[in-house]
Design a protein around this ligand. Structure first.
Ligand SMILES: [Zn+2]
Length: 455
């Protein structure tokens, strides 16, 4: 009897399968796979609007799937299809600032290959995801506090069930999208990260889901412009520092800094006092701020939903100390020189970024000059005597750290230049950016070159 039953079962299953296959294949034409690519570009826009409400639960997407697999590891859970992707567009490079960039086009083919016979796909959806990660979550080890996923775009590849015929092998579904130019670039800071990915979820008629994820690196390059001239004064002295910097600098590679200090000599009838530059120190500081949001469960810890904890982390990503390398002309009353500064690659420097979620990274070049006063008769200016007075001057300059534009050409590069392309305005004085510390002979026990503002 059991063998008979067994025999019947064996015969019935293939029959049923055949019937469903026939029914489905008669209803759906394989041509749905070969849709012209423009078709799906329009459709997801509507779907994306509806998607916004489900943003909050979007972060559960992967975890819930994992749970389903963990709890019920059925022998039939082997994937019915294999997903893959080829990108046809070049690497994503936003040209210009968030305000001026026209975005970047992406295009590619989603590849779907049946693994075990013909498969009916119920839905094939792809999300352009932005993942924000904080290293300082409101609640330790809470995944929801640590990471937020939001969908920037959504593709629904099929309107109705689609058959993937095993004999035909891999099928390709084209996709394309213009990524808006204002989105912040991929960033891996000290306390916050921003990542983008294409996340595909394909569901077959038997309820099995296959996922695929492709990381997208979004870079931004500011177009180099005219060099920036800055002037700093150091009251109460007569000293004025002129500094010329490139309009943009890159995370890897060095850049020239031209300096000229005027007003170093004060002449009286028979004598003169003057400042001699003893030491010049520069360092590049990377400032990062991040607002760690709280998940709904831990919102009370930060005083309600929609609030977060602000974090800041500053670090030096390059520095040098110099005791020579400049030209001093006491007669003209000025010091001139040029040095090469660089961000050290070993620090994994980040480009400047400002994201709506609170992640911000910026850079400044801090310069510190140690000057010592000396006295000389006008008739014999080379016979100088130190007066014992010394000062430390400190000032800083904003740096625009950006990716290299390289050969990257914006998709709409035929656009005429914008008003923003007009050269920077003339230099202006920024008293608030300078700092002077005086030293007298009595307090100078050691070498003046050991002086620092930090002391
Ligand atoms: Zn939490």
């Amino acid at each position: 009897m059991p063998t008979k039953l067994f025999g019947i079962d064996l015969r019935r299953i293939p029959q049923q399968q055949q019937q469903t296959d026939l029914k489905d294949s008669s209803g759906i034409s394989i041509t749905t796979l070969r849709r012209p690519s423009m078709d799906h570009i329009k459709r997801p826009a509507l779907a994306a609007l509806g998607k916004k409400t489900s943003d909050k639960k979007s972060k559960d997407r992967s975890s819930s799937n994992k749970r389903a697999v963990d709890v019920a590891p059925k022998p039939t859970s082997s994937k019915p299809v294999k997903l893959n992707m080829t990108m046809e567009s070049p690497p994503i490079l936003m040209m210009g600032t968030a305000q001026e960039s026209s975005g970047a086009l992406i295009s590619g083919q989603l590849q779907i290959t049946p693994l075990a016979g013909d498969v009916i796909m119920e839905s094939i959806v792809m999300y352009l995801e932005c993942t924000t990660t904080t290293k300082q979550p409101v609640q330790d080890r809470c995944r929801e506090c640590m990471q937020q996923v939001s969908d920037l775009y959504e593709w629904n590849f099929i309107k109705k069930p689609m058959i993937c015929v095993a004999e035909q092998g891999m099928q390709q579904l084209p996709f394309s999208h213009l990524i808006p130019g204002h989105i912040p670039a991929t960033t891996h800071g000290q306390i916050g990260s921003l990542d983008y990915s294409l996340h595909v979820r394909a569901k077959s008629s038997d309820g099995l889901e296959t996922e695929f994820r492709r990381e997208l690196v979004v870079r931004r390059a500011l177009r180099p412009g005219n060099d920036k001239n800055s002037v700093r004064i150091f009251p109460p002295t007569n000293l004025t520092l002129h500094v010329t910097l490139p309009s943009v600098v890159h995370p890897l590679g060095d850049f020239p800094v031209q300096c000229r200090m005027t007003g170093i000599t004060s002449k009286r009838e028979d004598t003169q006092t003057r400042w001699r530059l003893r030491k010049l120190t520069w360092r590049i500081e990377e400032k990062e701020t991040m607002i760690s949001p709280a998940c709904t469960k831990h919102a009370a810890k930060v005083g309600g939903e929609g609030k977060g904890l602000a974090h800041q982390k500053d670090r030096d990503v390059g520095s040098q100390e110099m005791k020579a390398g400049w030209k001093t002309d006491f007669d003209d009353g000025q010091i001139e020189g040029e040095f090469v500064a660089a961000i050290e690659s070993g620090h994994m420097p980040q480009c400047d970024v400002e994201a709506p979620n609170g992640l911000k990274i910026s850079h400044v070049l801090v310069m510190e000059l140690v000057i010592a006063e000396e006295w000389a008769p006008n008739k014999k200016p080379t016979q100088a005597t130190p007066t014992g007075a010394a000062r430390v001057l400190r000032t800083q300059f904003n740096l625009n750290v950006t990716d290299r534009a390289g050969m990257g050409i914006s998709w709409d590069d035929e656009m005429p230049p914008a008003y923003e392309d007009v050269p920077a305005s003339p230099p202006h004085y920024q008293n608030g950016h300078t700092f002077v510390r005086d030293y007298s002979a009595e307090s100078l026990h050691g070498d003046v070159e050991d002086l620092t503002l930090n002391g």
